[in-house]
Design a protein around this ligand. Structure first.
Ligand code: ADP
Length: 542
């Protein structure tokens, strides 16, 4: 017997319809790359998205065609999120921080038909336009007054002209909820990038999960500023969550430095933000240097790479901003776990709670996880056993776009490539990515622990721990350190800093100081580059 309930597909357009009807007057504020602060509402966003959907149809965009963006977080980008997916086409968010050759490779692979881009990326698009095999239309996301006199891109279209040419009488199509909605490529640190093709259903379910109280805890009372870019896994779903719960959204555009962010946090009374640790470093440095406080921000989501405990401590103890440590992947839409407290944790000391927050946290309903040993045998949830983390659920990948890489699943589970422990309460902790693990004498050393300790040293701005070759132990940890400007620390002092904090044999064998640690297109340390740079490093213990 079937249930007797209505069948409504879970569609991205329904999020927008809901926001317009129930939160129409709620504000969306954007720092534009043109330089000013722009204000709009969900009602206006909905009307303009309908006009943009018509404009895309007029350009010849049909069902499942890919429309790419090279854009910062802003209201026009959000309009494209809804217009393109809502009409049944696929929004492909390109990462502008990639090398131009990679942008071309990915756009060709995705077979993008239209490319919409912010003014900032005009030089990039001018450089690659002639090489893009499938793009027929280039749209500059600006008004007529910002169109370049000489664009060097044949037939360059103006976003606001496209909108002006349409009215907003448009009914969103009733798509199958499994219809493709958006496309995002993994960073491809190993091999070519692979496309992850989300569906309307996976996106809406993921937004439900992300908004939950023990996940990002979002409501209509929130003012959310996603620092995480809309080209990085759909800004962790915040443009969808915003419509779902009716929160005010604040978009920082290209202003991702500490000063610009801090000004927006304060002027727009932001309550919640989200981003990778490297972004928060810049913000904290600015706030500390200028003796500032946050007057409205009560929490921030930090993920994408392990959040150093020293950063959690500073946010919470010095600034009263609660940290939600989260873990996920492009292949997971991206959210998998969030570290929020249970009742019993409220009675813990600050130090005990901080130790808990170093973990990536508990699975959101919808995400099932397990850890396995080298033979695929499931390991216990005792907080000790560590093994490869596998996940499954309705917003987790089944196959890459165009079947690249073959079947990624193992018995229906997606292997994340992360190594983790899970404690008896189900709190997961990433100890490493499998390719970053240091294998010393057959035992594994987790590089994240070693980095977290180094990052707690007052003179250290950033630290990466990598495997260096060792004649006896095969690999031993080498600590690569970038010092804070003007700060001094010696190798001996840093090594002494590990005493009593970890098993002695985990202590790095050597420390090297560098001017900068290379960051990838999503703000993560590129340890593969460091491994290459220090592949011939002679350890003093060798
Ligand atoms: P890529 O790093 O390839 O660009 P993603 O942005 O999808 O891809 O990154 C996913 C990976 O980032 C995870 O598999 C994990 O290794 C790492 N990661 C994400 N969040 C965390 C976290 N909170 N702690 C540790 N590692 C994390």
């Amino acid at each position: 017997m079937n249930g007797l309930m209505q069948q409504h597909p879970l569609l991205i357009s329904s999020l927008l319809i809901h926001a317009e009807r129930h939160h129409g007057a709620q504000e969306i504020v954007s720092r534009r790359v043109e330089g000013d602060i722009h204000r709009t509402t969900y009602a206006a966003l909905a009307a303009r998205s309908r006009r943009m959907a018509k404009a895309m149809a007029a350009l010849g965009v049909r069902d499942s065609d890919r429309v790419a963006t090279l854009a910062w977080n802003g209201y026009r980008h959000m309009e494209l999120y809804y217009a393109v997916s809502g009409m049944g086409a696929v929004l492909h968010t390109l990462n502008p921080r990639l090398h131009p050759d990679q942008v071309v490779w990915i756009a060709d692979h995705a077979e993008d038909l239209v490319l919409c881009f912010d003014l900032t990326f005009l030089p990039l698009v001018q450089a690659v336009a002639g090489r893009l095999k499938t793009v027929k239309h280039f749209v500059l996301m600006a008004d007529r007054s910002h169109m370049p006199a000489e664009a060097k891109i044949p037939g360059l279209l103006c976003y606001e002209d496209l909108i002006d040419a349409q009215d907003d009488a448009y009914i969103w199509p009733q798509l199958d909820e499994n219809h493709a909605s958006s496309l995002c490529y993994t960073s491809g640190t190993t091999g070519n990038p692979k496309g992850v093709l989300y569906s309307h259903r996976s996106t809406v379910l993921h937004a439900f999960g992300a908004a939950l109280p023990d996940a990002l805890n979002c409501s209509s009372r929130d003012v959310i500023l996603p620092v995480v870019p809309m080209f990085h896994v759909n800004a962790w779903s915040l443009p969808y969550v915003g419509c779902m719960v009716g929160s005010k959204l604040v978009f920082p555009g290209a202003g991702l430095d500490g000063k610009s962010l801090y000004e927006l946090f304060e002027s727009e009374k932001v309550t919640c933000s989200a981003g990778v640790p490297t972004v928060w470093q810049g913000l904290l440095a600015y706030v500390e240097a200028n003796g500032l406080k946050f007057s409205t921000m009560n929490r921030t989501v930090i993920g994408g790479s392990a959040c150093p405990p020293a950063m959690i401590r500073t946010f919470q103890e010095k600034y009263g901003v609660h940290v939600l440590h989260a873990w996920g992947m492009t292949e997971m839409s991206p959210l998998g776990t969030v570290c929020s407290f249970r009742n019993k944790h409220l009675a813990l000391s600050d130090e005990e709670r901080l130790a808990l927050q170093t973990k990536q946290g508990q699975a959101i309903f919808g995400v099932d996880m397990k850890i396995v040993d080298g033979d695929g045998k499931e390991l216990p949830w005792d907080g000790q056993a560590s093994g490869e983390l596998l996940v499954r659920g309705p917003w987790i990948i089944e196959q890459y776009f165009k079947g690249e890489g073959g079947d990624p699943l193992v018995d229906g589970w997606f292997p994340t490539g992360d190594v983790a422990t899970i404690d008896p309460d189900g709190y997961m902790q990433i100890t490493d990515r499998s390719k970053d693990v240091i294998k010393s004498g057959g035992e594994w050393i987790g590089s994240i622990d070693l980095e977290n300790i180094a990052m707690a040293h007052p003179a250290v701005a950033m630290a990466a721990c990598i495997a260096a070759k060792h004649p006896k132990w095969d690999e031993r940890p080498l600590l690569v350190v970038m010092k804070k400007p003007g700060a001094e620390v010696t190798k001996a002092e840093l090594l002494a800093f590990y005493e009593g904090k970890i098993a002695k044999w985990w202590t790095p064998d050597d420390v090297v100081f560098v001017d900068a640690i290379p960051l990838g297109a999503t703000g993560k340390m590129q340890k593969n580059k460091l491994r290459e740079q220090f592949k011939d490093h002679a350890l003093p213990t060798a």
